[in-house]
Ligand binder design. Structure first.
Ligand SMILES: CC(C)(COP(=O)(O)OP(=O)(O)OC[C@H]1O[C@@H](n2cnc3c(N)ncnc32)[C@H](O)[C@@H]1OP(=O)(O)O)[C@@H](O)C(=O)NCCC(=O)NCCS
Length: 153
């Protein structure tokens, strides 16, 4: 597990996370493959599913991929995985099934000035949101400390 997590943060991988109050509720990992394709894995915590998080994370990875010259993304899972298939369909992916496994392939369009700009804006918005999230957390911790009675007092 530790080895896998280390590789996920390596130079041939990109991970986008969906965090709520500092807790990661979903993540999408893009790993470069030979050629100009990438393998994607998306996972969202049970209680947070069906609210668009998986689509948002996948869309974010697709933007990352096209801006780095990749031409397609591939996701593999069991053929019974309706969630992954619906997710891929949202991005006009094609699904192939063999031996109980499904493979979804989604095309990444060539980068444009607009797609590069969208990534900068998305990154800036995410950085700002995480700073605000952290500051709210610190304020809450501060308020809880003030309310807590002094030990022995
Ligand atoms: C697949 C997964 C990432 C989807 O995440 P999510 O946040 O629920 O996805 P969204 O809310 O963006 O939904 C995207 C679409 O999939 C559909 N969907 C999601 N889960 C579904 C399910 N279990 N059964 C049927 N449809 C499902 C949604 O209704 C939506 O469809 P729509 O485009 O018709 O509206 C999530 O179910 C998950 O983490 N599964 C376990 C890990 C996994 O299998 N990952 C995929 C292989 S890498």
């Amino acid at each position: 597990m530790t080895t896998y997590a280390g590789r996920a943060l390596g130079p041939d991988a990109v991970v986008h996370g969906f965090l709520v109050e500092g807790v990661m509720r979903g993540a999408a990992e893009l790993r470069l493959m030979p050629g100009r394709t990438g393998e994607v894995a998306v996972t969202v915590e049970d209680a947070w599913r069906l609210t668009g998080i998986g689509s948002a994370l996948f869309g974010r990875l697709l933007l990352t991929a096209r801006n780095r010259g990749l031409t397609g993304l591939v996701m593999t899972c069991l053929s019974s995985n309706r969630g992954m298939q619906r997710l891929a369909a949202r991005f006009e992916g094609t699904i192939t099934t063999a031996s109980g496994d499904s493979c979804a392939t989604v095309t990444a369009r060539p980068a444009t000035p607009l797609s590069l700009w969208r990534e900068v804006v998305a990154d800036s918005a995410a950085a700002t949101a995480s700073i605000i999230d952290r500051q709210i957390g610190l304020l809450r911790e501060g308020a809880a400390t003030v309310r807590r009675p002094l030990a022995g007092g």
